[in-house]
Structures are given as structure tokens and as C-alpha cells.
Design a protein around this ligand. Structure first.
Ligand code: GRF
Length: 190
């Protein structure tokens, strides 16, 4: 059985989509742990409900933050690490230690609207400001540069004339919940 570790700072709806997919047997792996930097993350409650061990790593100090993540990953031995709305940069040493084993979900059609500062509603506001006809979500491998690693898969949706950043966020999120588990299944089950 392969081991998955999920990093999530927010509500954790993508984390939930992964849990559901594992429980259905679509992803043949075990979620061995959740790492969050936010003690108030909704993902913590979701982990508790499903008996998934959680580690909160909120250290401000970069060395301490890095060491704690390294220690936890050494204990959990992940085959795949999934960033599902993790709002801190993954330390370079960890990226080096897990080449092509860390993936991230981003709510735009990368390379557009990615990089530092592009998160949450800012992404969708920028899409609307640029009068894009379509948007979507992307799963990509994580390298040292924000949102720049190799793209694995995307789902596109049209931008509607009456879309707001909020409505767009909601519709893209629905697609994220399909894309992320399907990419994990492809990577893990092969
Ligand atoms: C998602 O939009 C994801 O693309 C981005 O952060 C958000 C996390 O949402 N990286 P949730 O916590 O999974 O609901």
C-alpha cells in the first residue's frame, strides 16, 4: 500500500475529495497524515473525523519549520505528497529530497495567473480583469519556483459574462475536486 501525505492550510475541501476517493477505492493508497501550518484549518476537523494523524507546524523560524517537516516526513515515509491549499512555501531541501513526488493544485490554467501572490480570489479577479474566455485548474509537480513545475493535467471551464471572483472560485473548486483525485489515482495506481 502506498502512503499519501497531504499539506492543507484552509478549509480542506480538496483534502476531503482525496479522502472520499481513497474511501471509494479509486485511489489505492493510504492517507498517512495531514500537515498544516494553521491551527484553525478546517482540514484538521476532516482528518479527525477519518482518523488521519495531523501535525500542526506553525513555526515562524525557517530552520525549525523545515526540520519539523523533515522529521514528520521521515516518520510517515510518503510515496506522494499533495499540496492541497498549503499557504507556505515548501523548503527547498524537502523538494530536493522528494523529486517528482510533490504535487500541487492551483485554481488557474497555469502558466497563467500563477506565482507569488496569486492565491484565493486574487487569481479569479485577475482572470476577470483580463477578460479571459476560459479558466480552470491545474495539477503540477512542485519545484523550487512557485507554480512553475511541470504541468500534469488541467480542467478548463468557460468564464461566464456574469461571473464574479466568488462564482468563478466556486465553479473552479468543483473541478478541482475531480482533477486532484484523478491525477493522484493515475500517479499512484500505475
Ligand atoms: C484551492 O483553490 C486550491 O487550488 C488552492 O487553495 C484552495 C484550497 O481550497 N491551492 P480547499 O482548502 O481545498 O477548500
Amino acid at each position: 500500500m502506498k502512503n499519501l501525505v497531504v499539506f492543507a492550510s484552509g478549509s480542506g475541501s480538496n483534502f476531503q475529495a482525496i479522502i472520499d476517493s481513497v474511501n471509494r477505492g479509486d485511489i489505492q493508497a493510504k492517507i498517512v497524515g495531514l500537515i498544516t501550518n494553521n491551527p484553525k484549518a478546517g482540514s484538521i476537523e476532516r482528518a479527525k473525523k477519518h482518523g488521519i494523524p495531523t501535525t500542526i507546524i506553525s513555526a515562524d523560524n525557517h530552520e525549525v519549520f523545515t526540520q519539523k517537516i523533515e522529521d514528520q516526513l521521515a516518520a510517515w515515509q510518503p510515496d506522494l505528497i499533495i499540496l492541497a491549499g498549503f499557504l507556505r512555501k515548501i523548503p527547498d531541501s524537502i523538494i530536493q529530497r522528494f523529486p517528482d513526488k510533490i504535487i500541487n493544485i492551483h485554481p488557474s490554467l497555469l502558466p497563467k495567473y500563477g506565482g507569488k501572490g496569486f492565491y484565493g480570489l486574487r487569481v479569479h479577479r485577475s482572470v476577470l480583469d483580463a477578460h479571459e474566455q476560459e479558466t480552470g485548474c491545474t495539477v503540477h509537480f512542485v519545484n523550487k519556483e512557485y507554480d512553475k513545475g511541470a504541468i500534469i493535467d488541467q480542467i478548463k471551464i468557460p468564464v461566464l459574462s456574469d461571473d464574479t471572483p466568488e462564482s468563478l472560485a466556486k465553479r473552479v473548486l468543483t473541478e478541482e475536486h475531480k482533477l486532484l483525485p484523478s491525477v493522484i489515482a493515475k500517479l499512484i495506481n500505475s
